[in-house]
Design a protein around this ligand. Structure first.
Ligand code: NAP
Length: 255
């Protein structure tokens, strides 16, 4: 006899929080079916507990089909705060199917005394801002954001990413392949070794990659901080633990 899950939950993942939440649900609710979806961008992804599916759904319409076919009871959007297309797709597909949606999103970073941050609304604005700053730039905005900086010939870039970036790329570039979490000592050593003048980052929030901000503050380096896209219009919590009461309160959760 095939066991029937009490509840099928789709986690839109690609973050450390999504992995931790999948583990929490798998351990705490063994009768639930927990499926994490990954975009498939990273060659060797860290896999969560529970079921995993990889690759895009084919836009909101593809996600609608998937939710219906798999009889999904709830969607948890635990994507990165900058994965705005996926989040918008989830809002649209959940509205069409009536499947409840919760966004689990870590808070953004807040400047502390001693920080010299310049907040900008987009990657394009970050590139414009960097054009008027020091020559040696540590770019931690992700390998898919490098095109915005490709025309800055006067600057030299240190890029850190999980996989090797693809063109278009800035002309003067050194790539370091690495993935977090990072330590303040490690970041201080990196900034000093490469003689960095300015750090560029997205406002990802969380602790995994925050050490670079501490290191920049200690060295008195300016930071260009790209603001997040606006949050999707749906229920939202900041801590993964808060997803459990939200799921329990949901009408289709019978346990
Ligand atoms: P995006 O621009 O919002 O999404 C582009 C397309 O990729 C989506 O329309 C969707 O394709 C597919 N996709 C994205 N996330 C998916 C998921 N979890 N499962 C299945 N398909 C997904 O996303 P992105 O910024 O490229 O990020 C891709 C993934 O990397 C996300 O899962 C995100 O959590 C993770 N990530 C992103 C960043 C970042 O800075 N953006 C940083 C760390 C991790 P379809 O339209 O075909 O469904």
């Amino acid at each position: 006899m095939v066991a029937v899950a009490d509840l099928t939950v789709l986690l839109l993942g690609g973050t450390g929080e999504a992995r931790r939440l999948a583990a929490l649900l798998v351990r705490d609710r063994p009768r639930w079916r927990v499926v994490t979806s990954l975009a498939g961008r990273v060659a060797d992804p860290a896999l969560p507990e529970g079921e995993v599916r990889i690759g895009g759904f084919g836009g909101p319409a593809g996600l609608v089909d998937w939710l219906r076919r798999e009889r999904v009871d709830a969607v948890l959007d635990v994507t990165h705060p900058f994965a705005a297309t996926m989040s918008a797709s989830a809002v649209s597909a959940c509205a069409e199917t009536g499947v409840p949606l919760l966004v689990v999103r870590r808070p953004g970073w807040t400047a502390q005394p001693g920080d010299a941050w310049r907040r900008v609304p987009s990657l394009a604005a970050a590139a414009e801002t960097v054009a008027g700053m020091g020559e040696r730039v540590f770019l931690t905005t992700g390998r898919q954001s490098l095109a915005a900086f490709a025309d800055l010939d006067r600057h030299w870039f240190l890029v850190r990413s999980v996989d090797h970036p693809e063109p278009p790329l800035p002309r003067r570039l050194t790539v370091v392949l690495d993935r977090g979490p990072f330590t303040v000592d490690g970041e201080l050593a990196l900034l000093r070794r490469y003689g960095i003048d300015v750090l560029v980052t997205k406002d990802s929030g969380g602790t995994m990659t925050a050490a670079k901000l501490d290191a920049a503050r200690r060295l008195g380096l300016p930071v260009v901080m790209v603001d997040r896209p606006s949050a999707p219009p749906s229920d939202q919590v900041t801590r993964i633990e808060d997803a459990l009461p939200w799921l329990a309160a949901h009408p289709s959760s019978s346990i």
